[in-house]
Design a protein around this ligand. Structure first.
Ligand code: GLV
Ligand code: GLV
Length: 333
């Protein structure tokens, strides 16, 4: 019979329908938090799986899935996947690189400006019926003009964030594992700084690094202490990149002006100290959530699955493999 594909989250039926000529498709009708054993049971009969960040997949989850050939992640980041374990099992992992860059960059600016101008707290105030008590000097926020935007992690998303800064009259500095080619620095009008200098100089610091062993708690108590007390921190990367308890303490004690966070350690749990603060804008990991981008992400996952099985427009050449060495070892049929 046809190989089976499991889709762990509700997506877009018209896009997923492209799998149906070649696969037996099972799509979860609602968002579900799968425990490891349930996840393993879902994967067991599958040739392919399209999953989200909530699905943590490693050696134990794939051990009972002998036919599984690809795990297509509905995200650009893939810290939910144990890539060495998948590679060892001969399973391709794919992500949704690039299709979400512009939407995530737009949302980063929404968060940055929302925190700078205190939009969410002002809205809560209005909804609570306090407008009559709002004076000329109420809700004073921070300007962006002439300030320094620092970007930690200058991949494609960081670059898309940087390109928007010119419209706000900001200087851009960045830190990255390695500095970028001069042409890209020029296009982004961004200058490279070492991490301590970036922390010290940024008026707005945006985190756009993948979560890895090296980037875990890249912003902790020591780093927060190096930042300006007037600075704003924006995290659209991964929760584990920031020590949320240390951040809440800095915000609560006035050692940092504000923060805007789309991602949290241990999602969907949010540190209660963050929930209690008024100078932090919070959102539930939605930076890529636009109609166009979530559809494009779904299409990319579908394209990776089709391609690995020698079908569709990219037959034999999955468009966004994370561990392409698997392809070299195991050519498409
Ligand atoms: C979302 O966080 C992603 O990695 O795409
Ligand atoms: C503000 O709305 C102003 O008119 O200054």
């Amino acid at each position: 019979g046809k190989p089976r594909v499991w889709i762990s989250r509700p997506t877009f039926p018209d896009i997923v329908a492209r799998l149906e000529p070649y696969f037996e498709v099972t799509a979860e009708p609602e968002e579900t938090a799968f425990m490891p054993a349930a996840l393993a049971a879902k994967l067991a009969p599958c040739g392919a799986a399209i999953v989200g960040l909530k699905e943590r997949i490693g050696a134990a989850e794939v051990a009972g899935a002998p036919a599984l050939r690809i795990v297509a992640n509905l995200a650009v980041g893939y810290d939910n996947l144990d890539i060495p374990a998948l590679t060892a099992a001969g399973i391709l992992a794919s992500n949704t690189a690039d299709v979400l860059n512009e939407s995530v960059a737009d949302y980063t600016w929404a968060l940055l400006l929302g925190a700078a101008r205190r939009m969410d707290a002002a809205e809560r105030w209005l909804r609570a019926g306090h407008w009559h008590a709002t004076g000329f000097k109420a809700w004073l926020g921070l300007d962006t003009r002439g300030r320094t935007l620092g970007i930690l992690g200058m991949g494609r998303i960081g670059q898309a964030i940087a390109r928007r800064a010119a419209g706000f009259g900001m200087r851009v500095a960045y830190h990255n594992r390695s500095s970028l080619p001069a042409a890209i620095e020029a296009e982004c009008a961004a200058r490279y700084l070492d991490k301590p200098a970036l922390l010290a100089e940024s008026d707005f610091l945006v985190l756009a690094v993948p979560l890895t062993a090296e980037s875990r708690h890249a912003i902790g108590a020591a780093e927060l202490a190096q930042m300006k007390p007037t600075a704003v921190l924006v995290n659209i990367a991964r929760g584990g990149v920031v020590d949320d308890a240390a951040l809440a303490a800095a915000l609560g004690e006035g050692r940092l002006a504000a923060a805007a966070l789309d991602v949290f350690e241990g999602e969907p749990h949010v540190h209660p100290a963050l929930l209690a603060l008024d100078n932090v804008v919070l959102s539930p990991h939605i930076a890529s959530a636009t109609w166009d981008t979530r559809r494009a992400m779904t299409a990319m996952a579908v394209d990776n699955v089709l391609a690995l099985f020698g079908r569709g427009p990219h037959a034999g050449r999955p468009p966004s493999p994370v561990n392409p060495e698997v392809l070299a070892r195991r050519p498409a049929p």
